[in-house]
Design a protein around this ligand. Sequence first.
Ligand code: UT7
Length: 330
Amino acid sequence: MKAAITATGKYLPPDKLTNKDFEKIIDTTDEWIQSRTGIRERRILKDPTKATAFMCAEAAKEVLERRGVSAEDIDLIIVATISPDMFFPSTACLVQDLIGAKNAWGFDLSGACSGFLYALVTGAKFIETGMHQKILVLGGDKMSTIVDYSDRNNCILFGDAAAGVLLEPAKDGYGVLDARLYSDGTAGKNHLYMLGSGSLNPPTHDTVDKKMHYLFQDGKVVFKSAVIGMADVAAEMMTRNSLTAVDVAYLVPHQANLRIIAATAERMGIGMDKVAVNIDKYGNTTAATLPLCLDELNLEGNLADGDNLILVSYGAGYTWGGVFVKWQSI
Ligand code: UT7
């Protein structure tokens, strides 16, 4: 028995940070940002009393409401994030409290931009073994708390959001049918990281002065790996599952850069009309990008029973992967 995605939901903070806003704080232009990345604006959670757990809980509430399921029916909550409210308790425990999922257990998963894919596959396995019937898989990041807004190379890329799905046992032939997940710490560890705040460089005045509590990315190097990695894994998912371009209803890619997304679509031989794109509105929301895309496709009524979806991601680690889902309309 496989796991079907039976509901989706999201939380988007109300405040927008546009490219024009960036023109006022760093040396950049709307034209540069749009042509290099595809991003026009992103959402920022300005309320300092609310963070990733709040956003994930709001997304979870929407998932439950859409499916008509009570929080008490949830068996497991998995939260993919690299910006947890705190190291512990886990964001999953905070979400459990906020939504009242008192019969669930849960944990956080750190997979950066591939976090949601890792969490989706992990959750699917608990359904496949028969251990659980209802699992919330959430991806959320308050990236604005780890972005250095004086670093023009990176600050224009990221936004805040959370989104998620409900996993339940699928009908025969439906659900999460195949996955390939990868990591390469050797190639990835020096190009996209946050040095401070962990046990290696615990916070001191010195680490803060050196801005070690902010993310660092060597964009050009990561871009080159991401273009190859995401396109390769998308092609691999098609080959492994004997899918041709016409068989694919939608490519649902991580939203880091429109040029990486377009290269992946080209490699698959599909047009951009079959690609979920919302990077223009939200930027890179790290663990939230894939479920955000899924939720938009779902809400707009674009997903039909039996549709073949290919989900792909690439991010810090490096981490990357692909998942093949046969969509089940409930
Ligand atoms: O989600 C995790 C995985 N992450 C990714 O997949 C992201 C990968 N990287 C990227 O998306 C792209 O590399 C960027 C969008 C970050 C940069 O695009 P690029 O085409 O690789 O630009 P570049 O790094 O080659 O920079 C070109 C120029 C540089 O100036 P010089 O050295 O040519 O004089 C930069 O200093 O653009 C400059 N630049 C900017 N100019 C205006 C860098 N940031 C900005 C900016 N506004 N915000």
